[in-house]
Design a protein around this ligand. Sequence first.
Ligand SMILES: Cc1cc2nc3c(=O)[nH]c(=O)nc-3n(C[C@H](O)[C@H](O)[C@H](O)COP(=O)(O)OP(=O)(O)OC[C@H]3O[C@@H](n4cnc5c(N)ncnc54)[C@H](O)[C@@H]3O)c2cc1C
Length: 423
Amino acid sequence: MMGATTRRARRRSGRQDTRMDWADTPEQAAFRAEVREAFVDGIPAYYRERAARGLDSDWGQDRRSGDAERENAANSWTDALFEHGWFAPHLPKEYGGAGMSPMEQFIFTQERAAAGAPQVGANGLALLAPTLIVHGTDEQKAQYLPGILNGEKLWAQGYSEPGAGSDLAGLQTRATRDGDEWVINGQKIWTSSAHVADSIFALVRTDPNAPKHRGISFVLIEDIHTPGLSIRPLVNMGWEHGFNETFFEDVRIPAENVLGEVNRGWYVGMTLLDFERSNIAGAISAKRRLDILQEFLHSEQGKATTRVSPVTRTEIADRYIESDVGFNFSFRIISMQDRGLIPNYEASMTKLFLSEVTQDVARTAVHCFGLYANLWDEDDERSPARAFFTRRYVLDIPGTIAAGSSEIQRNIIATRGLGLPRS
Ligand SMILES: Cc1cc2nc3c(=O)[nH]c(=O)nc-3n(C[C@H](O)[C@H](O)[C@H](O)COP(=O)(O)OP(=O)(O)OC[C@H]3O[C@@H](n4cnc5c(N)ncnc54)[C@H](O)[C@@H]3O)c2cc1C
């Protein structure tokens, strides 16, 4: 319990009050019930079945997959959201969003993730649209927001380069002004879903002589098939094609396609990274995976093929505790946002913790399966839980690298959270 003296001291020192309240208010409980009810029919069977097997789905890739079942699922899920006005929960109503408060977004995402439906809109809706609202001109908002908000335009994010990931400000892709156009040359890497995207936003260097954070601009390339722009697949070690290399050779875009001020793109880009930081879907998915593991261990196949030793039993219990802790980290972020505070190192703690828990869940499952964990083929009936955890063991590795590696998150926590010196 926090005493009155501590509270007074906190008020005096101006420190942010990060205590949280777990319970739904009556309004929040009513909203949760409404969302849950709508999802009963709204979530296509395809997604429910995948979720029951613990499989994640990618709405953008489903929508452009060329596979009728996947495309139908993505389209009906989109329609169901439109029917309720929930396609863009986080955007203000004046821009066509649902105008949900951070707490309502949390409830919505919690219920969506628990029911197994994917997030819609990809980078365009989650990242670019809120940034356009903050930094875009009226013309830019009118030009780009409708395509994002009707679900038709998919955007890729062109930030990372072969020599600039954690040290993003070291990026070298150049944009040079030529009359009323910018001419872009260089290379991006790890560009997720660029192969199914229509458009790409990118950070490019527009002043090579300025200090590195100051010579960067944020550009919008509406047509990802603009001459000179080429995309080469990168297949990950789970044999999935999720990201790409993106090359720019004399790619020309209109001068007005800069978002925010020229050479101030670093700050525009950083606004973008501030959105969706609670990672509540990650917390829910860790819990769901543990449920799947439990279910398998109790099944006939599980009992016959796995060995739950006192050590693995303890490991599973630890993972359950950690997934609950992760949930509360997420909840803390939302609780701060709901009170108008901006999470900082708290978001790093959540990202770091949940991405590592997710890997640990797969590792724990693999420990239970022994040699059966080597079976990769989901159709091999000897493979435990249809090889789900074996695949996750591999596929979850990038989670501690993407969106800021664990080391970078620790640096943020150490310097901004604990006030330790940078070096
Ligand atoms: C699945 C996935 C999807 C991605 N999607 C996109 C996308 O759509 N668009 C996009 O632009 N990028 C994307 N990325 C790239 C991602 O942002 C970078 O991988 C990430 O920022 C790390 O950069 P890097 O890979 O260049 O590693 P590096 O920065 O080269 O880091 C290598 C290692 O050094 C460590 N390290 C680096 N600097 C420090 C430091 N200062 N202190 C301590 N340790 C340090 C890192 O933690 C890491 O372990 C994606 C990555 C993944 C894995």
